[in-house]
Design a binder for this molecule. Sequence first.
Ligand SMILES: Cc1cc2nc3c(=O)[nH]c(=O)nc-3n(C[C@H](O)[C@H](O)[C@H](O)COP(=O)(O)O)c2cc1C
Length: 174
Amino acid sequence: MPAGLPRKFYNLRVKMKALVVCISIHHGNTEKIAASIANALGAELLKPKEVDSIQEYDLIGFGSGIYYWRHHRTLLSLVDKLPDSKNKKAFIFSTSGIIVKWLLHRSLKKRLLKKGFDIVGEFFCKGFDTNGPFKLIGGINKGKPDEGDIRRAGEFGRTLIKENYSCFKEKNQA
Ligand SMILES: Cc1cc2nc3c(=O)[nH]c(=O)nc-3n(C[C@H](O)[C@H](O)[C@H](O)COP(=O)(O)O)c2cc1C
């Protein structure tokens, strides 16, 4: 049983089906965060192009690096192609050179809400960035995400289970 997760939530984790969709093209920064969240949730981890159907999942996470103030285009277009997903639970995560919370998730969030998703959490993290002029100075945020960020990502995943416990329990009892 993973540390810090009470047995009742662990049992639930086994029943709840979660998917984490991530694309990480710059330095693999977001991949590290995605793997930690997926591990905490006991979730499958796929790239946008590998997703066929989301029908079977109770909770789906969508994340990537931030490229020109939005998530990767393949993630945005995956969401555009999804069927209406009224009341399905989703969360958003990203890594970026600079964190501007009101801006970075805006485009993806708008698309998810349009499809009817219930957004239950968001996770932001700095990532090593050598884009454009930052390359000239050897990049910014060296070493990010670090161990602390990866641990925080795992805690975020466990919190998602705890906060949505009653909803998943109802579904499992139905
Ligand atoms: C083409 C490109 C554009 C980027 N645009 C932004 C941006 O608009 N804002 C920002 O804060 N970081 C920006 N970044 C930095 C990345 O978001 C950051 O390095 C992120 O951690 C990359 O994640 P990844 O390694 O998972 O791809 C950009 C990086 C690249 C390569």
